[in-house]
Design a protein around this ligand. Structure first.
Ligand SMILES: Cc1ncc(COP(=O)(O)O)c(C=O)c1O
Length: 482
């Protein structure tokens, strides 16, 4: 006789078993907390136990075919990853996540509320409105403003340029495709994602007009008229001017007030890429760096850079609420009834993504636990520490500081060698330093020269860590030169 019940599928039941989840979950949290204690306090613990890509792949291929248990997997991932919580992680611009925010991240991954539509994220949509409204107030927008969270600064900048095109281009590109030659004006020091975004929206190389910078790596605003007039005479319709707050390579803030006036005078969209440094709006001490930010039409700020959340977590805030809704006017019958109504609670109407992570809860938990002052304190501590580091570099004759830091990005190089060796020597120094695993820093090129690039991201990084870094670089350089 045939069974009338659906057979039990043990493995699926196990995959959803709360008892197993509780047991493994406690063990994983203990593992992570023990790991953090070590990483934050034990200077001998490596920031990155570097292996080359083929070796790393082989390691995981072997692991995949082995009978390692699930806790071993968690442990091995820890040991094979870069440790952003290590005070000697001074590398790329990725926030050292506040731990409460990481817990919210785990919750986001368990609930998996897709958030694009209200019913798939009641809490996350309501909280998203609260945190983006707070950010709009901090920016200083004085009219009904509106924004949303999206997956990273790259996507947010693309979305902002799409909004600019929608608002300024003479014909409706969204409906009818491209007619005019469109262009954007941007500093030559802008992050490459602006260039990429402009190409994605169909502007091509000629439509990305890069304005040279001055000696402080800020857009040279005296050249704006020239580049704008040239573009117009060549038949371009300039849709947007993009300001950096701050730039990626050197952390330089453009003169946003002058840019705002220029954009206003020419009736073009003013967008600010504040992915890295826009968070200064939370700092009494450093908010002056972004003076004029309130005059922008749109602002991008990454919470996962200076504002302590795990990646990715980016806000795109529009000065005029309606602009937030007009970018992606499209029918999606199965999601919402009409595209033309402004429903803050269906956040997918305004974002590129359909399904997205519950990003807002990772910001909200920080705000609830520590108040908004914590963001300002984080910025103050990292920017202050960068000034201290710059002074330390200047005091050592073997180093040259590339520029006085405005933000927490410091570029310098080892110079105690003859000039033709400097670039290869600094490349080799970084390679050896990273291979040692004792510190993590990156590199950049400024006007053809190689610099060691550090971004102080961890408020637990102390002066003694920075001194140890300079000592280590000097040792490596001496070894290499001998
Ligand atoms: C100024 C600036 N804009 C945009 C980006 C890209 O942001 P994301 O990595 O979040 O896509 C970066 C990344 O470093 C940046 O520094």
């Amino acid at each position: 006789m045939q069974e009338n019940t659906i057979p039990k599928i043990d493995v699926l039941e196990k995959a959803y078993d709360p008892t197993d989840f509780r047991k493994i979950g406690h063990q994983v949290i203990d593992l992570l907390a023990d790991h953090l204690e070590k990483v934050q306090n034990d200077k001998e613990h490596l920031v990155l136990a570097y292996k080359d890509p083929e070796e790393e792949l082989t390691y995981w291929q072997d692991d995949f075919s082995s009978d390692s248990g699930i806790l071993d997997v968690f442990k091995n991932i820890l040991d094979h990853s870069i440790q952003v919580h290590h005070p000697r992680y001074i590398g790329h611009q990725v926030a050292v996540p506040a731990l409460i925010s990481s817990l919210a991240g785990m919750m986001s991954d368990m609930l998996s509320n897709g958030t694009g539509v209200y019913e798939m994220g009641m809490a996350s949509n309501a909280i998203e409105k609260i945190v983006t409204d707070l950010l709009a107030r901090k920016i200083g927008f004085d009219m009904p403003s509106s924004g949303f969270l999206t997956s990273g600064g790259t996507l947010a900048n693309l979305t902002a340029l799409l909004a600019a095109r929608r608002a300024i281009a003479p014909s409706s590109v969204w409906q009818n495709g491209h007619k005019e030659k469109l262009a954007v004006l941007v500093s030559e020091e802008a992050h490459y994602c602006i260039d990429r975004a402009a190409r994605i929206i169909g502007l091509g190389s000629d439509g990305i007009i890069k304005i040279p910078v001055d000696s402080n790596y800020k857009m040279n605003t005296r050249l704006l008229d020239h580049y704008y007039d040239k573009a117009i005479s060549e038949g371009f319709c300039v849709i947007a001017l993009v300001g950096c707050a701050c730039s990626t390579a050197t952390g330089s803030y453009d003169d946003l007030e002058t840019l705002a006036d220029f954009a206003n005078q020419h009736n073009i969209w003013f967008h600010i890429d504040g992915a890295h440094g826009g968070g200064v709006v939370f700092s009494k001490k450093y908010q002056h760096l972004a003076k004029g930010i309130e005059k922008a039409d749109s602002v991008v700020i990454d919470f996962h850079k200076m504002l302590m959340t795990p990646a990715l977590n980016t806000a795109l805030i529009f000065k005029k609420e309606e602009n937030a809704y007009q970018t992606f006017a499209q029918k999606a019958q199965y999601l919402w009834d009409s595209q033309h109504t402004r429903e803050w609670y269906n956040s997918g109407k305004r974002t590129f993504e359909c399904t997205k992570l519950m990003m807002s809860i990772k910001i909200y938990t920080i705000l609830k636990a520590y108040g908004e002052e914590v963001f300002g304190k984080n910025i103050d501590s990292l920017y202050d520490q960068a000034s201290v580091f710059a002074e330390m570099i200047k005091e050592r004759p073997s180093f040259e500081l590339a520029h006085a830091p405005e933000a927490n990005i410091i570029n310098f190089r080892y110079i105690k060698t003859d000039s033709k060796n400097i670039n290869p020597l600094n490349n080799a120094i970084r390679k050896q330093l990273v291979a040692s695993g004792k510190f993590y820093i990156v590199q950049t090129t400024i006007e053809e020269d190689r610099y060691l690039r550090t971004t102080i991201m961890n408020p637990l990084t102390q002066k003694e860590d920075l001194k140890a870094l300079l000592d280590e670089i000097e040792d490596i350089a001496l070894n290499l030169l001998n």
